[in-house]
Write a protein that binds this ligand. Sequence first.
Ligand code: NAI
Length: 341
Amino acid sequence: FDGHEHVWLGEDETRGLTAIVSIHNTALGPALGGTRVWPHATFDDALTDALRLSRGMTFKSAIAGMPFGGGKAVIKADPKTEKTPAMLEAYAEMLAALNGQYYTGEDVGLTLADANFLRERTPNVSGTTTGGSGNPSPVTALGTFLGVKAALKHALGSNSVKGLRIAVQGLGSVGWSLCERLHAEGASLIVADIDETRARQAKEAFAADVVESATIVTAEADLFAPCALGAVLSKDTIPHLGAKIVAGAANNQLARHEDAGHLMPRGVLYAPDYVINAGGLINVAAELDADGYDREAVMAHVRRIPETLTHIFERAHAEGRPTNDIAQAMAEERIGRACAA
Ligand code: NAI
Protein backbone atom coordinates (compact mmCIF):
# COMPACT_ATOMS: atom_id res chain seq x y z
CA PHE A 1 0.00 0.00 0.00
CA ASP A 2 2.66 2.52 -0.97
CA GLY A 3 4.01 3.19 2.52
CA HIS A 4 0.65 3.38 4.29
CA GLU A 5 0.63 2.21 7.90
CA HIS A 6 -2.80 0.56 7.95
CA VAL A 7 -5.71 0.00 5.63
CA TRP A 8 -8.91 -1.44 7.07
CA LEU A 9 -11.90 -2.76 5.15
CA GLY A 10 -15.32 -2.70 6.78
CA GLU A 11 -18.03 -4.70 5.02
CA ASP A 12 -21.60 -5.30 6.06
CA GLU A 13 -23.69 -6.71 3.25
CA THR A 14 -26.98 -6.55 5.13
CA ARG A 15 -26.62 -2.88 5.96
CA GLY A 16 -24.95 -1.96 2.64
CA LEU A 17 -21.55 -0.85 3.92
CA THR A 18 -18.26 -1.08 2.06
CA ALA A 19 -15.83 1.21 3.83
CA ILE A 20 -12.08 1.62 3.54
CA VAL A 21 -10.20 3.42 6.30
CA SER A 22 -6.67 4.29 5.25
CA ILE A 23 -4.01 5.49 7.68
CA HIS A 24 -1.00 6.87 5.86
CA ASN A 25 1.39 8.17 8.50
CA THR A 26 1.10 8.90 12.22
CA ALA A 27 4.59 10.31 12.91
CA LEU A 28 3.08 13.66 13.93
CA GLY A 29 0.06 12.31 15.82
CA PRO A 30 -3.13 10.26 15.45
CA ALA A 31 -4.66 10.00 12.00
CA LEU A 32 -7.28 12.61 11.16
CA GLY A 33 -9.26 13.02 7.94
CA GLY A 34 -12.82 13.08 6.66
CA THR A 35 -15.00 10.31 5.32
CA ARG A 36 -15.98 10.44 1.65
CA VAL A 37 -19.14 8.74 0.40
CA TRP A 38 -18.93 8.29 -3.35
CA PRO A 39 -20.16 5.75 -5.91
CA HIS A 40 -16.77 4.77 -7.30
CA ALA A 41 -17.12 2.49 -10.33
CA THR A 42 -14.93 -0.23 -8.82
CA PHE A 43 -13.55 -1.20 -5.42
CA ASP A 44 -10.03 -0.47 -6.71
CA ASP A 45 -11.06 3.09 -7.60
CA ALA A 46 -12.37 3.58 -4.05
CA LEU A 47 -9.19 2.12 -2.58
CA THR A 48 -6.97 4.33 -4.74
CA ASP A 49 -9.00 7.36 -3.66
CA ALA A 50 -8.64 6.44 0.04
CA LEU A 51 -4.90 5.85 -0.29
CA ARG A 52 -4.28 9.12 -2.14
CA LEU A 53 -6.53 11.14 0.15
CA SER A 54 -4.93 9.82 3.34
CA ARG A 55 -1.45 10.55 1.99
CA GLY A 56 -2.58 14.10 1.22
CA MET A 57 -3.80 14.45 4.81
CA THR A 58 -0.34 13.57 6.12
CA PHE A 59 1.18 16.41 4.09
CA LYS A 60 -1.69 18.79 4.90
CA SER A 61 -1.28 18.29 8.62
CA ALA A 62 2.50 18.60 8.43
CA ILE A 63 2.45 21.85 6.45
CA ALA A 64 -0.24 23.35 8.70
CA GLY A 65 1.86 22.46 11.75
CA MET A 66 -0.83 20.24 13.28
CA PRO A 67 -0.07 17.40 15.70
CA PHE A 68 -1.95 14.88 13.56
CA GLY A 69 -1.20 12.23 11.00
CA GLY A 70 -2.89 11.43 7.72
CA GLY A 71 -5.99 9.29 7.49
CA LYS A 72 -9.08 9.19 5.33
CA ALA A 73 -12.05 6.92 4.74
CA VAL A 74 -14.05 6.15 1.63
CA ILE A 75 -17.48 4.54 1.74
CA LYS A 76 -18.27 3.15 -1.67
CA ALA A 77 -21.89 4.21 -2.11
CA ASP A 78 -24.06 6.81 -3.77
CA PRO A 79 -24.62 9.47 -1.09
CA LYS A 80 -28.01 10.37 -2.60
CA THR A 81 -29.53 6.88 -2.75
CA GLU A 82 -27.45 4.41 -0.73
CA LYS A 83 -26.48 6.34 2.41
CA THR A 84 -29.04 4.91 4.83
CA PRO A 85 -29.14 5.18 8.64
CA ALA A 86 -28.43 1.43 8.81
CA MET A 87 -25.32 1.88 6.70
CA LEU A 88 -24.10 4.76 8.84
CA GLU A 89 -24.80 2.67 11.97
CA ALA A 90 -22.55 -0.05 10.58
CA TYR A 91 -19.87 2.54 9.80
CA ALA A 92 -20.10 3.98 13.32
CA GLU A 93 -19.45 0.47 14.67
CA MET A 94 -16.39 0.19 12.45
CA LEU A 95 -15.08 3.53 13.72
CA ALA A 96 -15.70 2.46 17.33
CA ALA A 97 -13.79 -0.78 16.71
CA LEU A 98 -10.77 1.24 15.55
CA ASN A 99 -10.65 2.47 19.10
CA GLY A 100 -9.19 5.94 18.64
CA GLN A 101 -6.76 5.13 15.85
CA TYR A 102 -8.69 7.31 13.39
CA TYR A 103 -10.57 10.62 13.82
CA THR A 104 -12.99 11.56 11.09
CA GLY A 105 -15.53 14.16 9.94
CA GLU A 106 -17.19 15.54 6.78
CA ASP A 107 -16.01 15.15 3.22
CA VAL A 108 -17.76 14.84 -0.13
CA GLY A 109 -21.02 12.96 0.40
CA LEU A 110 -20.87 13.03 4.21
CA THR A 111 -22.87 15.92 5.59
CA LEU A 112 -22.97 17.70 8.92
CA ALA A 113 -26.12 15.71 9.80
CA ASP A 114 -24.25 12.48 9.05
CA ALA A 115 -21.29 13.58 11.18
CA ASN A 116 -23.72 14.34 14.04
CA PHE A 117 -25.32 10.90 13.57
CA LEU A 118 -21.92 9.20 13.78
CA ARG A 119 -20.84 11.32 16.77
CA GLU A 120 -23.89 10.18 18.74
CA ARG A 121 -22.61 6.62 18.34
CA THR A 122 -18.83 6.91 18.51
CA PRO A 123 -16.50 9.55 20.00
CA ASN A 124 -13.86 10.10 17.33
CA VAL A 125 -15.91 12.33 15.03
CA SER A 126 -15.26 16.06 14.80
CA GLY A 127 -16.86 18.89 12.83
CA THR A 128 -20.23 18.20 14.46
CA THR A 129 -22.77 20.48 16.08
CA THR A 130 -23.27 17.92 18.85
CA GLY A 131 -20.45 19.16 21.04
CA GLY A 132 -18.10 20.08 18.17
CA SER A 133 -17.25 23.19 16.15
CA GLY A 134 -19.75 22.55 13.35
CA ASN A 135 -19.25 22.10 9.64
CA PRO A 136 -15.62 22.84 8.70
CA SER A 137 -16.48 23.72 5.08
CA PRO A 138 -16.90 27.51 5.55
CA VAL A 139 -13.48 27.59 7.23
CA THR A 140 -12.00 25.62 4.33
CA ALA A 141 -13.63 28.11 1.96
CA LEU A 142 -12.20 31.08 3.87
CA GLY A 143 -8.66 29.63 3.70
CA THR A 144 -9.16 28.87 0.01
CA PHE A 145 -10.42 32.40 -0.65
CA LEU A 146 -7.37 33.89 1.08
CA GLY A 147 -5.18 31.46 -0.87
CA VAL A 148 -6.81 32.58 -4.14
CA LYS A 149 -5.85 36.13 -3.24
CA ALA A 150 -2.27 35.10 -2.45
CA ALA A 151 -2.01 33.38 -5.84
CA LEU A 152 -3.41 36.45 -7.62
CA LYS A 153 -0.98 38.69 -5.78
CA HIS A 154 1.98 36.51 -6.75
CA ALA A 155 0.95 36.13 -10.40
CA LEU A 156 -0.69 39.46 -11.17
CA GLY A 157 0.65 41.82 -8.50
CA SER A 158 -2.74 42.54 -6.90
CA ASN A 159 -4.86 40.40 -4.62
CA SER A 160 -8.16 41.96 -5.67
CA VAL A 161 -10.71 39.66 -7.32
CA LYS A 162 -12.86 42.58 -8.50
CA GLY A 163 -13.65 42.30 -12.19
CA LEU A 164 -11.68 39.07 -12.61
CA ARG A 165 -13.21 35.99 -14.23
CA ILE A 166 -12.99 33.06 -11.88
CA ALA A 167 -14.02 29.53 -12.82
CA VAL A 168 -15.29 27.33 -9.98
CA GLN A 169 -15.84 23.59 -10.47
CA GLY A 170 -18.09 22.03 -7.81
CA LEU A 171 -20.74 24.01 -5.92
CA GLY A 172 -20.94 21.92 -2.77
CA SER A 173 -20.25 23.05 0.78
CA VAL A 174 -16.86 24.58 0.00
CA GLY A 175 -17.38 25.67 -3.62
CA TRP A 176 -20.61 27.48 -2.78
CA SER A 177 -19.11 29.30 0.18
CA LEU A 178 -16.10 30.28 -1.95
CA CYS A 179 -18.43 31.64 -4.64
CA GLU A 180 -20.22 33.74 -2.02
CA ARG A 181 -16.95 35.41 -1.03
CA LEU A 182 -15.76 35.88 -4.62
CA HIS A 183 -19.12 37.31 -5.68
CA ALA A 184 -19.24 39.66 -2.67
CA GLU A 185 -15.87 41.12 -3.72
CA GLY A 186 -16.90 41.66 -7.33
CA ALA A 187 -15.53 38.64 -9.21
CA SER A 188 -17.34 37.44 -12.30
CA LEU A 189 -18.03 33.71 -11.93
CA ILE A 190 -18.13 30.78 -14.35
CA VAL A 191 -19.38 27.67 -12.60
CA ALA A 192 -20.03 23.98 -13.19
CA ASP A 193 -21.58 21.20 -11.15
CA ILE A 194 -22.85 17.79 -12.21
CA ASP A 195 -25.86 18.57 -10.03
CA GLU A 196 -27.96 20.80 -12.30
CA THR A 197 -29.93 22.23 -9.40
CA ARG A 198 -26.78 23.55 -7.76
CA ALA A 199 -25.63 25.08 -11.05
CA ARG A 200 -29.01 26.75 -11.57
CA GLN A 201 -28.96 28.12 -8.02
CA ALA A 202 -25.48 29.59 -8.59
CA LYS A 203 -26.66 31.24 -11.80
CA GLU A 204 -29.39 32.98 -9.81
CA ALA A 205 -27.40 33.77 -6.65
CA PHE A 206 -24.19 35.00 -8.28
CA ALA A 207 -25.24 35.86 -11.85
CA ALA A 208 -22.74 33.16 -12.78
CA ASP A 209 -22.21 31.75 -16.25
CA VAL A 210 -22.92 28.02 -16.11
CA VAL A 211 -20.90 25.62 -18.24
CA GLU A 212 -20.66 21.84 -18.50
CA SER A 213 -18.35 20.21 -15.97
CA ALA A 214 -16.20 18.78 -18.74
CA THR A 215 -15.56 22.23 -20.22
CA ILE A 216 -14.92 24.30 -17.10
CA VAL A 217 -11.27 23.25 -17.14
CA THR A 218 -10.88 24.92 -20.51
CA ALA A 219 -13.05 27.97 -19.78
CA GLU A 220 -11.14 31.20 -20.30
CA ALA A 221 -10.63 32.72 -16.89
CA ASP A 222 -8.08 34.53 -14.75
CA LEU A 223 -8.14 31.74 -12.20
CA PHE A 224 -9.55 28.21 -12.02
CA ALA A 225 -10.71 26.95 -8.62
CA PRO A 226 -11.33 23.17 -8.59
CA CYS A 227 -13.75 22.43 -5.73
CA ALA A 228 -15.17 19.05 -6.79
CA LEU A 229 -13.26 15.78 -6.94
CA GLY A 230 -9.63 14.98 -7.69
CA ALA A 231 -7.47 14.33 -10.77
CA VAL A 232 -8.74 17.39 -12.62
CA LEU A 233 -5.17 18.29 -13.62
CA SER A 234 -3.55 15.63 -15.78
CA LYS A 235 -1.23 15.45 -18.75
CA ASP A 236 -4.40 15.34 -20.91
CA THR A 237 -6.20 18.34 -19.37
CA ILE A 238 -3.28 20.66 -18.58
CA PRO A 239 -2.56 21.59 -22.24
CA HIS A 240 -6.17 22.82 -22.51
CA LEU A 241 -6.40 24.81 -19.27
CA GLY A 242 -8.20 28.10 -19.77
CA ALA A 243 -6.58 29.86 -16.78
CA LYS A 244 -2.99 30.64 -15.82
CA ILE A 245 -3.66 30.18 -12.11
CA VAL A 246 -5.13 27.10 -10.43
CA ALA A 247 -6.15 27.59 -6.80
CA GLY A 248 -9.04 25.65 -5.34
CA ALA A 249 -10.17 23.43 -2.48
CA ALA A 250 -10.46 19.98 -4.09
CA ASN A 251 -8.14 17.33 -2.72
CA ASN A 252 -5.73 15.56 -5.09
CA GLN A 253 -6.15 17.96 -8.00
CA LEU A 254 -3.16 16.49 -9.80
CA ALA A 255 -3.77 13.06 -11.29
CA ARG A 256 -0.09 12.31 -10.60
CA HIS A 257 2.43 14.35 -8.62
CA GLU A 258 4.67 14.53 -11.72
CA ASP A 259 1.92 16.17 -13.77
CA ALA A 260 2.87 19.47 -12.15
CA GLY A 261 5.83 19.33 -14.53
CA HIS A 262 3.36 20.02 -17.36
CA LEU A 263 2.08 23.16 -15.59
CA MET A 264 5.43 24.94 -15.31
CA PRO A 265 6.29 25.19 -19.03
CA ARG A 266 2.83 26.64 -19.64
CA GLY A 267 3.44 29.30 -16.99
CA VAL A 268 0.56 28.08 -14.82
CA LEU A 269 0.80 28.90 -11.12
CA TYR A 270 -0.56 26.05 -9.00
CA ALA A 271 -1.50 26.46 -5.33
CA PRO A 272 -0.85 23.02 -3.82
CA ASP A 273 -4.24 21.66 -2.78
CA TYR A 274 -3.35 20.45 0.68
CA VAL A 275 -1.86 23.83 1.55
CA ILE A 276 -4.73 26.04 0.35
CA ASN A 277 -7.52 23.78 1.65
CA ALA A 278 -6.16 23.23 5.18
CA GLY A 279 -8.75 25.48 6.87
CA GLY A 280 -11.16 22.64 7.61
CA LEU A 281 -8.44 20.48 9.08
CA ILE A 282 -7.18 23.34 11.24
CA ASN A 283 -10.73 23.83 12.52
CA VAL A 284 -11.55 20.22 13.34
CA ALA A 285 -8.10 19.58 14.80
CA ALA A 286 -8.65 22.49 17.19
CA GLU A 287 -11.66 20.64 18.61
CA LEU A 288 -9.35 17.90 19.75
CA ASP A 289 -6.97 20.32 21.47
CA ALA A 290 -6.49 19.47 25.13
CA ASP A 291 -7.07 23.14 26.06
CA GLY A 292 -10.43 23.21 24.25
CA TYR A 293 -11.58 24.77 20.98
CA ASP A 294 -10.49 28.37 20.46
CA ARG A 295 -12.22 29.98 17.46
CA GLU A 296 -9.94 33.03 17.41
CA ALA A 297 -6.81 30.89 17.37
CA VAL A 298 -8.31 28.86 14.50
CA MET A 299 -9.02 31.98 12.45
CA ALA A 300 -5.54 33.37 13.12
CA HIS A 301 -4.08 30.07 11.93
CA VAL A 302 -6.23 30.02 8.78
CA ARG A 303 -5.17 33.59 7.99
CA ARG A 304 -1.58 32.35 7.78
CA ILE A 305 -2.41 30.07 4.81
CA PRO A 306 -1.64 32.85 2.26
CA GLU A 307 1.74 33.43 3.91
CA THR A 308 2.64 29.75 3.57
CA LEU A 309 1.50 29.73 -0.05
CA THR A 310 3.48 32.86 -0.88
CA HIS A 311 6.58 31.26 0.63
CA ILE A 312 6.01 28.17 -1.54
CA PHE A 313 5.44 30.26 -4.70
CA GLU A 314 8.60 32.27 -4.09
CA ARG A 315 10.73 29.24 -3.27
CA ALA A 316 9.40 27.38 -6.34
CA HIS A 317 10.23 30.38 -8.52
CA ALA A 318 13.73 30.79 -7.04
CA GLU A 319 14.54 27.09 -7.36
CA GLY A 320 12.79 26.55 -10.71
CA ARG A 321 10.75 23.67 -9.26
CA PRO A 322 7.02 22.92 -9.25
CA THR A 323 5.10 24.31 -6.27
CA ASN A 324 3.91 20.84 -5.22
CA ASP A 325 7.52 19.62 -5.04
CA ILE A 326 8.31 22.45 -2.63
CA ALA A 327 5.19 21.78 -0.55
CA GLN A 328 5.98 18.08 -0.30
CA ALA A 329 9.60 18.79 0.65
CA MET A 330 8.43 21.14 3.42
CA ALA A 331 6.01 18.51 4.75
CA GLU A 332 8.62 15.76 4.62
CA GLU A 333 11.14 17.99 6.42
CA ARG A 334 8.70 18.39 9.32
CA ILE A 335 7.82 14.70 9.44
CA GLY A 336 11.52 13.83 9.25
CA ARG A 337 12.28 16.14 12.20
CA ALA A 338 9.48 14.52 14.22
CA CYS A 339 10.81 11.03 13.47
CA ALA A 340 14.35 12.06 14.42
CA ALA A 341 13.26 13.67 17.72
P1 NAI B 1 -19.57 18.49 -1.36
O1 NAI B 1 -19.96 17.07 -1.44
O2 NAI B 1 -20.33 19.39 -0.47
O3 NAI B 1 -19.58 19.12 -2.83
C1 NAI B 1 -18.98 18.57 -3.94
C2 NAI B 1 -19.72 19.14 -5.15
O4 NAI B 1 -18.98 18.79 -6.33
C3 NAI B 1 -21.13 18.59 -5.30
O5 NAI B 1 -22.05 19.66 -5.52
C4 NAI B 1 -21.02 17.67 -6.52
O6 NAI B 1 -22.22 17.60 -7.27
C5 NAI B 1 -19.93 18.36 -7.30
N1 NAI B 1 -19.22 17.53 -8.26
C6 NAI B 1 -18.80 16.25 -8.13
N2 NAI B 1 -18.15 15.86 -9.23
C7 NAI B 1 -18.16 16.90 -10.07
C8 NAI B 1 -17.64 17.13 -11.36
N3 NAI B 1 -16.99 16.19 -12.04
N4 NAI B 1 -17.82 18.35 -11.91
C9 NAI B 1 -18.48 19.32 -11.25
N5 NAI B 1 -19.00 19.17 -10.04
C10 NAI B 1 -18.84 17.97 -9.46
O7 NAI B 1 -18.00 18.50 -1.00
P2 NAI B 1 -17.14 19.66 -0.32
O8 NAI B 1 -17.11 19.41 1.13
O9 NAI B 1 -17.57 20.98 -0.84
O10 NAI B 1 -15.68 19.31 -0.87
C11 NAI B 1 -15.25 19.73 -2.17
C12 NAI B 1 -13.79 19.34 -2.35
O11 NAI B 1 -12.99 20.00 -1.36
C13 NAI B 1 -13.50 17.85 -2.19
O12 NAI B 1 -12.45 17.47 -3.06
C14 NAI B 1 -13.06 17.74 -0.75
O13 NAI B 1 -12.27 16.60 -0.52
C15 NAI B 1 -12.26 19.02 -0.62
N6 NAI B 1 -12.12 19.48 0.75
C16 NAI B 1 -13.22 19.74 1.52
C17 NAI B 1 -13.07 20.19 2.82
C18 NAI B 1 -14.24 20.57 3.66
O14 NAI B 1 -14.03 21.23 4.70
N7 NAI B 1 -15.45 20.23 3.28
C19 NAI B 1 -11.73 20.34 3.43
C20 NAI B 1 -10.64 20.14 2.49
C21 NAI B 1 -10.84 19.69 1.21
